[in-house]
Design a protein around this ligand. Structure first.
Ligand code: TYC
Length: 113
């Protein structure tokens, strides 16, 4: 004969013989990490080519693209946008492939925000 443990009258329990948790564990839902896509300056890539890239692959207006291109030219680099890992990787690949096709040394990288 197996003896069940005696329960206090206020135990929280269902019918499975154990005593349930009285508090709900908190579910931590972390947002996925985001990645900055950076454009780097160099001395050879034409300014208009950089503007074209920013319009084509980042959906910027001509004015926005020109402004970011000038920031890169003056400061050495700029953040072009912040994306999920997969989207950032795609942007970097598109920029690097396009620059290579046109034999420009333009560099584009990504970094965790
Ligand atoms: N510095 C380049 C020039 O004077 C222009 C340039 C801008 C190149 C931005 C790269 O990411 C870049 N032609």
């Amino acid at each position: 004969m197996i003896l069940q443990p005696l329960r206090m009258a206020d135990d929280t329990h269902d019918d499975d013989g154990d005593v349930g948790l009285a508090v709900k564990p908190r579910t931590r839902t972390k947002r996925p990490p985001m990645y900055k896509v950076l454009l780097l300056n160099d001395d050879y890539t034409p300014m208009e080519f950089v503007v074209l890239i920013l319009e084509r692959f980042f959906g910027l207006t001509h004015a926005q693209a020109f402004e970011i291109m000038l920031t890169v030219h003056k400061k050495g680099l700029a953040v072009v946008g912040v994306f999920s890992h997969e989207i950032a990787e795609t942007k970097v690949t598109q920029v690097m492939d396009f620059a290579r096709q046109h034999q420009h040394p333009l560099q584009c990288t990504m970094e965790k925000e």
